[in-house]
Design a protein around this ligand. Structure first.
Ligand code: 13P
Length: 341
């Protein structure tokens, strides 16, 4: 019989669906709102999340939503003031929670980062479970540059991911394991391929040492892609081929699903890359899905702009991006879907 963790993980990567990452920390949402000239007040953040989560029909394309601490405790703007986690689960969308407390400089290793948040995590997970969270997220960041990443950085981040994942599973919560190889920099796709491979191997080794059940996690990686400043940008097909081949070597088949982050790619490019992977490769050991933040939210945020009169326009933009990414799950997305909109 499949375990409860496996059931949740499989529902998170169910066919045709993906995860909305709406777990921006206070600092990150402030910079997103700044871009549209909106002050980041608690009520504006609530109104924005309400707009996204009440989009009619989004549950056809969205399996789960990653929330931030504040949002997990906030209520929708309906008359009943339904808590956001319940609003989502009533639609069949699984609520999740970001549990790391942020990225910090790794002492002694200039330019490298390590993620914090393990202290007190068991108690926080228990509270989050009571508030309705069925899965959690922890983001580790690997920076590519001259002489980096070092083994020390990859090792420290893999260790933290494994301890986080083991704690989640102990609490009956599915861990999203997110090792992000940053696309910032002028490195080429081959360098990204190499760093991604080393990182995935270290992460799965740490998960094994900590006895994390691989059928009860979702992997959230970055794609194998050219650095954003690299003069030679690899084609969509090359990104798809390099990414999937790397994962075939390094991601165990027990993992139910891989849900990519968008990491600064444009919304359309992130969709095209996922589409090409699912189009070019037939049966794979794991589902290939999305867990996009910016690539799902940039369009609705712009369309809404904080203006109540543009509430519907924001929802339409969100619905459209969710639908395009759902099509990319089966390799049936085409650029015409953008112009048709
Ligand atoms: P992006 O898709 O914007 O990279 O965000 C996904 C995420 O959750 C990062 O932790």
């Amino acid at each position: 019989m499949p375990s409860k963790l496996n059931e949740i993980a499989r529902a998170m990567v169910a066919p045709d669906k993906g995860i909305l990452a709406a777990d921006e920390s206070s600092g990150t949402i402030r910079s997103r709102f700044n871009a549209i000239g909106l002050p980041s007040t608690k009520e504006n953040r609530r109104a924005y999340r309400h707009m996204l989560f009440t989009t009619e029909g989004m549950e056809q394309f969205i399996s789960g939503v990653i929330l931030y601490d504040e949002t997990l405790r906030q209520k929708a703007l309906d008359e009943a003031e339904t808590p956001f986690p319940r609003l989502l689960s009533d639609k069949g969308v699984i609520p999740g929670i970001k549990v790391d407390t942020g990225i910090h400089d790794l002492a002694g290793f200039p330019g490298e980062k390590v993620t914090e948040g393990l202290d007190g995590l068991r108690a926080r997970l228990t509270r989050y479970g009571k508030l309705g969270a069925q899965f959690a997220k922890w983001r580790a960041v690997i920076t590519v540059g001259k002489g980096i990443p070092t083994d020390v950085c990859i090792d420290a981040n893999a260790h933290a991911l494994a301890r986080y994942a083991a704690l989640c599973q102990e609490c009956g919560i599915v861990p999203i394991v997110e090792p992000e190889v940053l696309m910032d920099g002028d490195h080429n796709i081959y360098r990204c391929d190499e760093v991604t491979g080393v990182t995935l191997r270290q992460v799965f080794e740490a998960l094994a040492v900590h006895e994390v059940k691989l059928d009860g996690i979702v992997l959230k990686p970055s794609m194998v892609i050219s650095g954003s400043e690299c003069p030679e940008q690899a084609s969509v097909e090359k990104v798809a081929r390099r990414t999937v081949n790397n994962f075939l070597r390094n991601v165990p088949r027990e993992v139910p699903g891989v849900a990519f982050l968008s990491g600064g790619q444009s919304s359309e490019t992130a969709t095209a890359h996922l589409n090409a992977m699912n189009h070019m490769f037939g049966e794979l050991p794991w589902e290939l899905s999305f867990s996009y933040g910016r690539a799902l939210q940039a369009a609705p945020l712009r369309a809404w702009g904080g203006d109540p009169a543009r509430f519907k326009a924001g929802q339409e933009a969100f619905f459209h991006r969710a639908m395009c990414n759902s099509a990319a799950r089966t390799g049936t997305y085409s650029a015409d879907m953008e112009t048709a909109a």
